[in-house]
Design a protein around this ligand. Structure first.
Ligand code: KG4
Ligand code: ZN
Length: 353
């Protein structure tokens, strides 16, 4: 089955053609991030205006890169939320129109289900791929999904079923990176910039308190870390002008975020010994420190750690939406062409079976 995936939930406009939920034939991503580099974050109206301009050319390029005629596409999967409403509407309106014009099935996809599906993506496989369970990975799987909009820990029993074990009580992990980066005068998006600054720093130089230590379960909280950083920078005064101080602050702050994420993940690993895999997905899964710590955790417990095969599949992209559309449709055939609403905020509900 060939699915055209469309993703426009934030400042990216992406379209991809994916075969059977895994084999990526093309993935085109246009981003307006550069416009927001020194504005502290995305300006929603500006992002949506840019997306209107590039949506159709991005889809055309995805089809031509995949060397795929419109006639060969079986369905269109589109992100229906959560995200920036104007941006989401560019994607869903386009998908609705094309599905009527081209007479294609339409699959509404929750953005987070897209991230959860991203670990299965493989580029241009020469041989047919089995779905996730045949790819060497076996459910149940513990998945840490960490982006600029959410931080969730799932125990997944299949591609589309599972239980939410914990989520953030305030900021998302990506937001903690982004807001910390703003305090350090780094460009948006802060995650990659802060990680780059941290590379040469001493991560043990500054101490940040581990959040939620009193009632440690599987939830997350990042607002305390952000406040600690604020006061640390204030107390450092002029010394913050020194590059090695800034590098060490960034490294220590990054370590604190990753420690908090991995400590909840470790609690989950201990509570669910039947899970022999941990996956990390979402924009923050691009972070090398987090990957290293997740790999160490997996090794300590004799299990496997996985993340998306390419950095572009960590951050927002159309391929993960096409994959999620495929898995969602396989498990919920009734969802096909069902009416849906585009929504800025709604939770991913997965039944537990
Ligand atoms: O999944 P994503 O592209 O968009 C949302 O759904 O939010 O995630 C974007 C987030 C941003 O907060 C960005 O700073 C963060 O992912 N991010 C990173 C890295 N690359 C992206 N955070 C830490 N380290 C990175 N290397
Ligand atoms: Zn995302």
């Amino acid at each position: 089955m060939l699915i055209l995936g469309i993703e426009t939930s934030c400042d990216e406009t992406s379209a991809a053609v994916v075969e059977n939920g895994r084999n990526v034939l093309s993935c085109v991503i246009a981003s307006s991030k550069r416009d927001f580099e020194y504005r502290g974050g995305v300006i929603p109206e500006d992002a949506a205006r840019k997306q209107l301009e590039v949506m159709l050319p991005v889809i055309e390029k995805a089809l031509s890169d995949a060397q795929c005629d419109v006639a060969a596409i079986d369905a269109i999967a589109v992100t229906v939320g959560p995200g920036l409403l104007g941006s989401l509407l560019v994607g869903t309106t386009t998908a609705r129109a094309l599905s009527v014009l081209w007479n294609k099935l339409l699959i509404p996809v929750h953005h987070t289900l897209g991230h959860l599906s991203s670990t299965w993506l493989v580029d241009n496989s020469p041989s047919p791929l089995k779905d996730g369970s045949g790819a060497g990975a076996t459910f149940p799987i513990l998945t840490l999904s960490v982006s600029g909009g959410h931080s969730d820990l799932w125990m997944r029993t299949s591609h589309t079923t599972g239980t939410l074990l914990g989520s953030t009580r305030d900021d998302a992990a990506g937001e903690a990176f982004d807001k910390g980066a703003v305090m350090l005068g780094l460009p948006y998006p802060g995650g990659p910039a802060l990680a780059a600054l941290a590379e040469l720093g001493d991560e043990k130089a500054y101490q940040f308190p581990l959040p939620l230590q009193e009632q440690h379960g599987m939830d997350f909280s990042f607002s305390g870390l952000k406040t600690s950083l604020k006061y640390m920078l204030r107390d450092l005064g002029d010394r913050i002008g020194n590059l090695s101080v800034r590098q060490s602050i960034a490294a220590s702050y990054q370590l604190a975020i990753c420690r908090h994420l991995v400590s909840s993940l470790e609690n989950a690993v201990q509570n669910f010994p039947e899970c022999t895999e941990i996956h990390i997905v979402g924009g923050v899964s691009a972070n090398s420190k987090l990957r290293m710590m997740a790999a160490e955790l997996a090794q300590r417990h004799g299990i496997t750690a996985r993340w998306p095969s390419k950095l572009v599949y960590c951050t927002d992209n159309g391929a993960m939406i096409a994959a999620a559309g495929y898995f969602y449709l396989s498990n919920n055939p009734e969802a096909l062409n069902a009416s849906f609403k585009t929504s800025a905020t709604f939770s991913l509900s997965m039944t537990n079976s």
